[in-house]
Structures are given as structure tokens and as C-alpha cells.
Design a protein. Sequence first.
Length: 366
Amino acid sequence: MFKNLKDKLRKFKSKAEKELGEDDGKKPVKGGKPVKRVPVKGGKPAKKGIVRKRAGGKSSLDKLDKDEWAEVEKKPLLEDAEGGLLAKKITDKKLEDIIWELEVALHESDVAVPVVEEIKDYVAKELSGKKIKRSLDLGDVIESALKNAISNVLVTKYINFDKFINDHKKPVVLMFVGVNGTGKTTAIARIVHRLKGMKKSSVIAASDTFRAGAIEQLEKHATRLGVKLIKHQAGSDPAAIAYDAIEHAKARKKDVVLIDTAGRMQTNVNLMDEMKKIKRVAKPDMIIFVGDSLAGNDAIEQAIKFNDAVQIDAAILTKIDADAKGGAALSIAHAVGKPILFVGIGQEYDDLVPFNPEWMVQRLFE
Ligand SMILES: Nc1nc2c(ncn2[C@@H]2O[C@H](COP(=O)(O)OP(=O)(O)OP(=O)(O)O)[C@@H](O)[C@H]2O)c(=O)[nH]1
Ligand SMILES: [Mg+2]
């Protein structure tokens, strides 16, 4: 999972650590002006022998031994607010070089362009001019900047799916949309399985009347999961089936209606119009775009087009168990401004897991 992106981030971190860790040989600078390599207090040179606490704990400069002074001399000395000595300042020149490396790494992992820009800017802002205490590890500082940048792009209005279902007026109507073969039907079966675990009853609407075998596929899942499937013949009106399923749910006091729809290319105007009709008739409480993470940047493009057509509320990203790149997972929520609800991580019913930024960041840096 995300091997490519993970490796690239790891390589970037160690390279950045190395490059930023090297002394640039310049005089240390504070506020743009060179400062003397003598600790200062209130802008004036400190009196010889004055007691000054170092981050490392020594309390008097007089007490520094020869080797320690040699160490101090090698590095720019700056003071932090507490008067502790600081070791390093990340210069903009060095930063520019490593940010370029980061940009390349992200592009190679299929991260969408606006997301690359955002991560770059965030990392640059967080590291620029940063004075790094000796007590801090440069690698940790870089990793934390990366993690914050990634969390930042993943944070969109979070939806707690279980809470949404629990709190919402019943029946809750969920409609699943996406291009062919992304995993809509499988996701529906998995959500029904999840709802069963929450003691919520479901009914499925077989509104994919387009693809041969689609109804049979759902029938198998419905039988296995023990839920009602509302179906008409192949080729019949998908909106009418959704309507019937909702009526059934109202009459039988079912909690959730899940509407399966046919896969369609975002460029197929007729099928996109048909999807809009299902929405008009069913008035779903949540439209969920199901995207295949293996499609990378195409999945982002599709999400944008589906969002333009029916205003999606959330996304599910499937097959991330097979996704080495990780770009789609990083980009999709940002691209459409809607959260990822779940990710598909395998072929079993349980392999649909709630998604949140920490989950992704944890996997990228484990
Ligand atoms: N590895 C893996 N395979 C998945 C995942 N989700 C779905 N699949 C597989 O993807 C294939 C297509 O899944 P479907 O659920 O039929 O996709 P669909 O979007 O309903 O397809 P259409 O109805 O034809 O548009 C199936 O073989 C699924 O088992 C996942 O998270 N990981
Ligand atoms: Mg399907």
C-alpha cells in the first residue's frame, strides 16, 4: 500500500536531512544581519563569564571546556526566547533545492498538481528560516513538517459515517456513483455488512439495469448478507427502482436504502443525465463517489466531473491494497473538497475501513 509514495517520502527525508544538515559556511544570521559568534543578551554582547543557560544544560559559558567551545564555534549561535543557544538555521537557498526534490517525488507518485503545490508551500513555510535547536533531530523536524502538510491537504469536512447513519431521519438514502468497475457494488455489500454490525436494517436498490450480470451480482450479496433487494428487469428505469426501494424501506421501517448505479464514463452525457434523474427521484441523503485508487489522476478527474454533475457528498477509494503510488488517496478529497469516507483494502466484507488523515499519515511514515 502506497509503497511508491512511502519510499519517495523516506528518500526525501534523508536527503533533506543531509542537505539541510550541512553547514553552508556562512556567518550566522539573525533578522537578516550577521551576528557575532558570541552569545548575546538583549542585543548587547554578554559580559564575560555571565551565567547563560544552554539548551544542553550547562549554566555558565566559563564552564564550557575546550571541546565544547570548538563545537559551539562550528555552528551558528543564535538565541531563542529563553536565551538557550540554537544550532542551525535553515536557509532559503538550501530549502529551495530540497523543495524541488519534494515536488519531483510527489509528481512521481501521481499526486495531483494543486495538491503538490499545497504540500510544497506548507513544508517550505514550516521549514523556512527555522532555527533548529540542538536538542531536536533534523530528521524529526522534516518528518513533522511533511506530516503536517499531508494532514493539512487531507483535512476536509470530516463525516463520521456511523454517526451520520445513527443520527439521521430514517430511512437514510445512500446513492453510489462512479465509472465502470471501480467497486461500487462491492462497497455497497460491505456497507450493508457494516450496518448489520450496527444493528441497522438495509434494503438495496438494483438500479444498475445496464450491465449484464449486475443484478445477479447484487442478488448473491443480498442473499449472503440476508437483506432485501429491490429489482426490476434488466433495461428498466433505474430511477423507478430507487423509488420502489425507498417506498419499501418506509413501509417496512428499514433504516438504510443503498442505491447501486451502473458504472458510467464521466464523458457519457446520456448516462450522466440518467444519473441526475436517479438523484432527482430518490433525493438521496448522501451521494457517494466510488473511485479506484489505481486510476491515479484519472480518479481525481472523474470525481470532479461526477461532482459537477450531481454534487457528491463523500468518496470511497477502493483497491488501495494494490495501489503502490498513493497519489489518488492524497489528492481526491482535496480536489473535490469532500471527505473520503472509507477505503477498500482487500476483497473481504471487512476490508472497507473508515478513512481519516491520521490513518493515511500513519501508513505513509510507518
Ligand atoms: N483488491 C481490491 N479489489 C476490489 C476492491 N473493491 C472492489 N474490488 C474488486 O473490483 C472489481 C469490481 O468491483 P465491483 O464492485 O463489481 O465494481 P463496480 O463499480 O460495481 O463495477 P460496475 O458495476 O461494472 O461499474 C471486483 O472484482 C471487486 O472484487 C478493493 O478494495 N480491493
Ligand atoms: Mg456494479
